[in-house]
Design a protein around this ligand. Structure first.
Ligand SMILES: [Zn+2]
Length: 439
């Protein structure tokens, strides 16, 4: 290095040593705080965010704003943690067509941006990811992301020719001996969870045998990974609970959950990780033009081609004439009833939408899910805690989920109180991830 440049570098370094550059500091004040812990909202709150993390949070009367900090006066607004969606599928759907070829870096990032713009600041992607996802995730974790933070189950396990996955990215398995190397391959990529599908879609596909699910769970545990399962049937929920599953990513939908399942889930600490109620409703929502098609909150997140398809009478007719169409409303009702029963029994639960596939919209689907959870009988507070604190706890994300000192400032600013009406989670004024506003 030329001596002159070395000298200049030394001057710069010594300048930093003497007067370190002030961290980027943001002050939010005069809002009502919904901190995600389940505590009642606190009016006249304030927060100091330093380099993306909450440095101080408390009553505005005790705020000592650091000099030179950027300040936002949020009088009349409500601040809650960013939503955590524990069940998404990223990047594969463009204009209502799902194809693994769509999972480019650009589409994945765009999808994560859409979630963020709807106040969803963390997502758990459920077993349909290309390897690109690890690069996105690892870069995010090394810095301060400007799109939704991603957790991933990599490529989930589908029984050969069975139900689930995404053509092009799933790991199909048919024998027990294939399992250990397949799980080891996912573990080597540092997946956050292992996922598999156990369903026959009403007898349409072969279902994964229990010796395969057992092998997946045991192998994952050897690699220190928790396992999540797509289920439909009560009998499978019971069997998988015995086998060591950590959570179910849908509600039981064939029969009412019973005390035996509740007791077993409690004993083994099994979560209803996501109930995906909005998914069940979306299965029959498009047999006619959905009411929300003109809602600007919906329209802003989708393409004109999507709107045209949802309005197409031909498409609606095709959907309404599908063989299972008439049964979906009863699956939806069963999903809600079972979810509420598990919640009341003290089973842990998060919020998850299964958004991503055609007709299940990133971001909009999250607010639909919160509404469906309240329709199922939860309070708005229960729905919000599920979608914030509980979601982070399930992920083991210690820095996320609540608005408390030292956590990341991932938050949503609302113009109306979501405790009074869950639909007010849609009154989004601003979204911050790691203290930076999302545009
Ligand atoms: Zn799913």
């Amino acid at each position: 290095m030329p001596a002159r440049r070395l000298f200049r570098l030394a001057v710069v370094c010594s300048f930093f040593a003497v007067a370190p550059v002030q961290g980027e500091v943001l002050v939010l004040r005069n809002f009502t705080l919904i901190d995600g812990t389940g505590k009642a909202p606190i009016a006249q709150s304030a927060m100091v965010v330093d380099n993306g993390r909450i440095a101080w949070i408390g009553p505005v009367s005790q705020l000592k704003p650091p000099s030179g900090a950027e300040t936002a006066d949020l009088t009349g607004k409500f601040v809650m943690p960013g939503l955590i969606d524990l069940h998404v599928h990223l990047g594969a759907t463009v204009d209502m067509v799902q194809d693994a070829k769509n999972q480019t870096l650009e589409n994945l990032q765009q999808n994560l941006k859409t979630y963020a713009s709807y106040g969803v600041t963390t997502v758990m992607s459920m077993g349909t990811d290309p390897d690109l996802i690890f690069k996105i995730r690892d870069e995010q974790r090394a810095g301060r992301p400007s799109v939704a933070r991603v957790y991933t189950a990599g490529q989930g396990f589908v029984f050969k020719n069975g139900y689930g996955g995404l053509v092009g990215v799933n790991s199909q398995v048919s024998t027990v001996s294939e399992i250990e190397p397949a799980v080891a391959a996912q573990a080597a990529k540092k997946v956050d969870f292992i996922k598999f599908w156990m369903d026959d879609d009403q007898g349409t596909f072969p279902k994964m045998p229990y010796e395969i699910s057992q092998a997946i769970i045991q192998s994952a545990h050897r690699h220190g990974l928790r396992v999540l399962a797509h289920i439909f049937y009560l009998a499978d929920a019971k069997k998988l609970t015995e086998q060591g599953i950590s959570g179910f990513v849908h509600s039981v939908r064939d029969a009412p959950v019973d005390q035996a399942l509740i007791d077993a889930m409690k004993k083994h600490g099994v979560w209803q990780e996501s109930a995906t109620l909005s998914r069940e409703e979306s299965m029959f929502a498009y047999g006619k033009t959905p009411e929300f098609i003109a809602d600007p909150f919906f329209v802003r997140g989708v393409s004109p081609a999507t709107i045209r398809l949802l309005s197409s009478p031909e498409r609606q007719k095709t959907i309404a004439s599908s063989p299972l169409y008439g049964r979906y409303p009863s699956f939806f009702e069963m999903a809600k009833k079972n979810f509420k029963k598990l919640v009341d029994a003290g089973i842990r639960y998060g919020m998850g939408t299964d958004t991503g596939p055609p007709g299940r919209f990133a971001g909009y689907g999250d607010h639909w899910e919160l509404q469906a959870m309240v329709d199922a009988g939860l309070t708005p507070m229960q729905a919000i805690v599920a979608a914030t604190k509980s979601g982070a706890e399930f992920l083991g994300a210690k820095d996320l989920g609540t608005l408390e000192k030292s956590k990341w400032a991932d938050l949503v600013v609302l113009n109306a109180n979501p405790m009074e009406n869950i639909l007010n989670t849609r009154a989004i004024s601003a979204v911050y991830i790691a203290g930076k506003p999302i545009h």
